[in-house]
Design a protein around this ligand. Structure first.
Ligand SMILES: Nc1nc2c(ncn2[C@@H]2O[C@H](COP(=O)(O)OP(=O)(O)OP(=O)(O)O)[C@@H](O)[C@H]2O)c(=O)[nH]1
Ligand SMILES: C[C@H](OP(=O)(O)O)C(=O)O
Length: 211
């Protein structure tokens, strides 16, 4: 199985702009990438980062462990991932770099779920992770991509399984997701949020990050 982690470093996490400055968004994106890569390694899966450009020294420094495999493809997400699917004749898993809450157990559930196409839906219609065991399947990200992926699996007659997982469904996209990263995210993600000066506020029955 080849495990691909798409990562666009130029101006990541733009939806977090109401809560984070540009450099903080870049730092958080790198921290989440580091957590995803170390969690993949914890289950014996060496990630291949599918990057829009060569990774910067600061991004590489943020990653634990030995040199990481990188494929550079400046095309948009969908054609870049589909180029990987077209280039290999083995199972391909696609795990998004903003799955800060992913744990080894959650990833093992994803990888061990049988099916020619296995999807881990994100809240809001995304496809946070994917395992492809059918040669004709191709991705179609953005918008309600989970619907597109279910339709594509039907069209090619591929068996489709869905992994129902809090940890794989929670990608850190919007300011309201930051508290999940604080509460349940990996070490790099939590450290970045703490470095930004965030703390948990639980007054009035609400749980949120403040700074
Ligand atoms: N290789 C590659 N990765 C991408 C591309 N667009 C997004 N990604 C990655 O795919 C994952 C999910 O994408 P998004 O949630 O849209 O991340 P994002 O583009 O940083 O966030 P927004 O700017 O808020 O849309 C993130 O880890 C991104 O880094 C792309 O064009 N190419
Ligand atoms: C890549 C995209 O992520 P979202 O924009 O839904 O977070 C998707 O999952 O289709």
């Amino acid at each position: 199985m080849q495990v691909v982690v798409p990562f666009a470093d130029e101006s990541p996490k733009s939806r977090l702009a109401p809560a984070l400055e540009r450099e903080e968004r870049r730092r958080l994106a790198r921290a989440m990438l580091a957590d995803v890569c170390s969690t993949l390694r914890a289950v014996g899966r060496e990630p291949t980062i599918l990057a829009t450009k060569p990774l910067s020294a600061s991004t590489l420094d943020a990653l634990d462990g030995p040199d990481v495999n990188v494929i550079v493809d400046d095309r948009a997400l969908t054609p870049a991932v589909n180029a990987v699917l077209e280039s290999v004749d083995e199972t391909v898993a696609v795990v998004m770099a903003d799955l800060a809450l992913a744990t080894p157990a959650a990833l093992e559930t994803l990888f061990e779920t049988p099916g020619e196409v296995v999807v881990a839906p994100g809240r809001g219609g995304g496809t946070n992770a994917l395992v492809v065991r059918h040669p004709e399947f191709r991705t179609d990200y953005h918008g309600a991509s989970i619907l597109d992926h279910r339709r594509k699996a039907r069209e090619i007659g591929a068996s489709l399984e869905t992994v129902d997982s809090f940890r794989l469904a929670t990608d850190v996209d919007e300011p309201a997701d930051l508290v999940e990263g604080w509460l349940h995210g990996g070490g790099h993600t939590r450290a970045a949020l703490e470095a930004f000066g965030f703390d948990l506020e639980t007054t009035g029955g609400r749980v949120r990050l403040v700074r």
